[in-house]
Design a protein around this ligand. Structure first.
Ligand SMILES: [Zn+2]
Ligand SMILES: [Zn+2]
Ligand SMILES: [Zn+2]
Length: 336
């Protein structure tokens, strides 16, 4: 095993795995919080076209992938913001287009499926020195912005209406998370591959959420688990490949290791949830005091078909959204 660690390609792989493990759960925390766990998956599909464009034009596939994934992320945010029910379908079309276009262009470029496979399923052990620097630089950007802007980003992820009232530029921050997710997808592309990228962003966060209750701790443990899974998975795959003379793919080993952690933590999480429920059998009820929120904080007038659940409350109707019950009252909304 120590002989293996002395090999330059193995050292490059370890550095890339370490930085991917650091960056992916940082962005993943915001995506999971906003219930966008599958966004990374979609971006991974879109990035396939980016890789293929690189193979076709002779440009570095990593850079074309970043470019196309960022454009895809902005498109996804715009579609989501419109909030139409057809948004779902629009996103699906974007993702299918990404993967189909990518495979078509790879063929046009005269490249074999094997070349594309390096990006679809990861290929840590074939990294060049330039690839490692690329991974370090982009991962650093993601970690610095993701952790540095944590207070604002978390407020937005938690409750968009509150964030708007508090004067945060919700739209800008949402866009930032989408772009960081796109960059992370490209960072993780060579580690776990575009088809499994999302797993490294989501599974460590889901595991961490089993045992952690606050946002900061969830993120911290998720990052530790992400690094553990990516470095551990790489070492495990390398060890099995050498010791047992098997062909063990690194990307899937990393993802399965992360999933194993989730499976092991599940019983602890369910015990903790059971204990919490036993302590406070009733869900928290908002206090009696009346909170007034400016009507401008709402992007639309609540009404019979605005999509928010309506509840009859004495002489008026309350609309439920993002955890509050709001009733229109003259120029503002009362919180009930
Ligand atoms: Zn409404
Ligand atoms: Zn509200
Ligand atoms: Zn009411």
């Amino acid at each position: 095993m120590t002989d293996l660690l002395a090999l330059p390609f193995m050292q490059r792989a370890l550095i890339a795995a370490l930085f991917t493990g650091l960056a992916a759960p940082v962005v993943g925390t915001y995506l999971v919080q906003r219930r966008l766990a599958l966004m990374g998956d979609g971006l991974g599909h879109v990035a396939v076209t980016g890789v293929a464009l690189g193979l076709w034009t002779g440009a570095a596939p990593t850079w074309t992938a970043v470019l196309v994934a960022v454009v895809g992320a902005v498109l996804i945010e715009v579609i989501r913001e419109r909030g139409h029910t057809s948004g779902d379908v629009a996103l699906a079309l974007l993702f299918y287009g990404g993967i189909a276009g990518g495979i078509l262009i790879t063929g046009l470029a005269g490249q074999s499926a094997t070349t594309l496979n390096q990006y679809l399923f990861g290929s840590l052990t074939t990294l060049a020195v330039g690839d490692v620097w690329f991974t370090i630089a982009l991962a650093a950007v993601v970690v610095v912005l993701g952790v540095g802007l944590a207070p604002q980003l978390f407020t937005v992820a938690q409750d968009q209406d509150f964030a708007r009232v508090a004067g945060l530029r919700v739209r800008g921050y949402n866009l930032l998370v989408a772009v960081l997710a796109a960059v992370t997808v490209t960072v993780a592309m060579r580690t776990v591959g575009l088809l499994l990228v999302s797993a490294l962003m989501v599974v460590p966060v889901a595991t961490s959420q089993q045992v952690m209750r606050t946002f900061r701790r969830t993120m911290a443990l998720a990052v530790a688990l992400g690094v553990g899974a990516s470095v551990g998975g790489l070492l495990l795959a390398a060890y099995l490949s050498v010791a047992a003379d098997l062909t063990v793919a690194t990307g899937p080993t990393i993802v399965l290791l992360a999933l194993a952690c989730f499976a092991l933590t599940w019983p602890i999480g369910s015990w903790l949830r059971h204990r919490e429920r036993a302590r406070s059998p009733f869900p928290e009820v908002p206090g009696e005091e009346e909170v007034v929120v400016a009507a401008s904080a709402h992007p639309h007038q609540h009404g019979p078909d605005c999509g928010h659940p309506a509840i009859r409350h004495g002489d008026h109707v309350d609309y439920v959204h993002d955890g509050h019950r709001h009733a229109p009252h003259e120029e503002h909304y009362d919180e009930h």
